[in-house]
Design a protein. Structure first.
Length: 318
């Protein structure tokens, strides 16, 4: 037996009922006052910063329109910030008097002032240059990043530098030594020649004038020199002649006209060779001569007097 299906009516989905809660009027008031307070505080802060910015702008304008150099400016390692232009010029001129250039050579070093080397500072122009620092947008940015270094305004007089170096030259010069002949214990010695030294002014000035700014900045100037050759470098012929002279002994005779007697002394080359010396122009070969040291000869003869007997003397003038 068939059953008849029952159809149940479909129920609509039930939604949760909406519940209306009356707002708390006191919380709404607190939020209103909190928002208003925050707005007031922000406005007060904005006003404060605006006033401070305006105050800073007024101070900056007063400072920039004054004769003062802005803080943070240095020239020649001198902090000229907050100085007037006149004060800065005086301080920079004093600093320039201490600026040195070291003359360098393998023989030594010599510090001299930049002024002596023909370098002159224009202190007023340098102070004006420092005053201009920090008064443009680019300068301000550099100033905020760590300060400004102003450049000195100076001039260079190469004539003054050359004059000083010429006067300085004797401190470097070495006189050349000519070759010579010397007698020592009967032997002939050839003394070799030695080169001298002199300042090479042309090359030194070329080092300076090529880049005087670099010389000032580094404080160093290389000094160039040149050799000075001796006029006599070979005395071999003179030495040979001297050896020929010293190959024989010398006999001195003294005559006594009263007693009609003659005294003789034989002098070895070791003795009389010490009495000789060369004079004149050794380079000329024909313009020199052998000279006897009379005092040395007289000293030798004086030692022989005891052998002559009493009441006798040597007349060195005869």
């Amino acid at each position: 037996m068939a059953r008849q299906a029952k159809h149940m009516p479909e129920r609509e989905s039930e939604e949760p009922p909406e519940v209306w809660v009356p707002a708390d009027s006191s919380a709404r008031g607190r939020n209103h006052w909190l928002s208003t307070g925050m707005l007031f505080l922000v406005g007060l802060m904005v006003l404060f910063f605006a006033v401070m910015l305006g105050f800073a702008a007024i101070l900056s304008w007063l400072y920039y329109s004054s004769d003062m150099i802005v803080p943070g400016v240095q020239v020649l390692d001198v902090n000229v910030g907050s100085m007037t232009r006149a004060e800065a010029a005086a301080a920079l001129q004093e600093r320039w008097q201490q600026q040195q250039i070291v003359l360098e050579h393998s023989a030594g070093t010599w510090p001299v002032s930049a002024t002596e080397m023909g370098m002159t500072l224009d202190a007023d122009a340098t102070a004006e240059n420092a005053y201009a620092q920090g008064r443009s947008l680019d300068n301000v940015l550099d100033l905020l990043q760590g300060g400004l270094n102003g450049q000195p305004v100076w001039s260079f007089d190469d004539t003054a530098a050359a004059s000083y170096l010429t006067a300085f030259a004797p401190q470097l010069s070495i006189t050349p030594i000519n070759a010579s002949v010397r007698f020592e214990q009967g032997n002939v010695l050839e003394i070799p020649a030695a080169d001298g030294r002199a300042l090479d002014l042309e090359r030194t000035m070329a080092n300076l004038t090529a880049d005087p700014t670099s010389v000032l900045t580094t404080g160093r100037l290389p000094i160039a020199t040149k050799p000075v050759l001796p006029s006599v470098t070979d005395v071999s012929e003179l030495a040979e002649e001297a050896r020929h002279l010293l190959s024989a002994t010398v006999t001195l005779r003294a005559y006594d006209p009263v007693a009609d007697e003659t005294a003789e002394w034989t002098i070895t080359p070791e003795e009389w060779g010490t009495w000789l010396s060369l004079t004149g122009d050794l380079d000329g070969k024909e313009q020199f001569e052998w000279v006897t040291d009379q005092s040395a000869a007289e000293h030798f003869l004086a030692t022989q007097l005891p052998g002559l007997g009493e009441d006798r003397y040597l007349d060195s003038e005869s």
